[in-house]
Design a protein around this ligand. Structure first.
Ligand SMILES: C[S@@+](CC[C@H](N)C(=O)[O-])C[C@H]1O[C@@H](n2cnc3c(N)ncnc32)[C@H](O)[C@@H]1O
Length: 239
């Protein structure tokens, strides 16, 4: 029965993903101010956006065992009172936990381009009684964050989906407070044992090739997650 449910979910995702990409492509061409979407960046093919109909997968029970999410969170260095951002928050798997970590005096900006994801996030936040979350509907090319205010931007399994990586990197850079960091978590592209499609993985070399020319420098790395790279970037002068 479990296998049947899984197969149904995968079939749904396979159907839904191209539809969203096509729809968002139409929206992009319909908007006069939209910069062109890339298919590739620095030799890497850009992955399609995960459709909100697959959001249950993000809160699956096995996620902690597979990805050691709690180890990632304790390694982040989030403190009470901080202003943080969960970039590409989906249905808020990490947003809710970050909201508890920053406490009542802190704030979490939760950014996603899919309003349905933000609705699911809001429902989960209301149920948990969390009031320090600010949902933000970003554009594919603009995170819509306040400038100079964010101490830490967390990006889990999202950067490889950005159709406008250069604009998104510039927008996040502008949003960082002095001394702030963007922390990138991506499935390891160098490791064939990580059971994720290659399009949804990145190597460290590829990450550096994309982030360093866009005004970031690598500040720290944590290599103890089972499936993912975890890399801290801080502002550098644009090259
Ligand atoms: C694979 S999900 C990961 C969700 C969440 N980070 C997690 O780990 O549970 C990727 C999410 O990023 C969002 N996304 C893709 N491109 C984005 C962009 N340019 N700005 C904000 N969110 C984006 C998608 O809509 C999707 O909800």
């Amino acid at each position: 029965m479990k296998h049947v449910t899984l197969l149904l979910l995968l079939a749904l995702l396979a159907l839904a993903r191209p539809t969203f990409a096509q729809e968002s492509g139409t929206e992009k061409s319909a908007r006069e101010d939209a910069p062109p979407a890339l298919q590739e960046y620095q030799g890497r093919r850009i992955a399609q956006t995960m459709h909100w109909l697959g959001a249950e997968w993000l809160i699956r029970n096995e996620r902690e065992r597979e990805e050691r999410c709690s180890l990632m969170l304790t390694s982040l260095g989030v403190k009470p009172g901080m202003t943080v951002c969960d970039m590409g928050c989906g249905n808020g798997f990490y947003t809710l936990q970050l909201a508890k970590m920053v406490g009542e005096k802190g704030r979490v900006y939760a950014v996603d381009i899919q309003p349905e994801m933000l609705k699911l996030l809001q429902q989960r936040a209301d149920k948990a009684g969390l009031k320090n979350i600010v949902p933000v509907q970003g554009e594919l090319w603009d995170p819509k964050l306040p400038p100079g205010k964010i101490d830490l931007i967390l990006l889990v399994d999202v950067y490889h989906e950005f159709s406008h990586p250069v604009q998104m990197l510039a927008g996040m850079r502008a949003a960082l407070a002095p001394g702030g960091n963007a922390v990138l978590v991506e499935y390891r592209g160098e490791d064939p044992e990580v059971p994720i499609k290659p399009l949804h993985k990145m190597t460290k070399d590829q990450i550096k090739m994309e982030w360093l020319p866009n005004g970031f420098k690598l500040a720290k790395e944590f290599d103890k997650l089972p499936w993912q790279h975890m890399m801290w970037f801080e502002k550098d002068e644009p090259k």
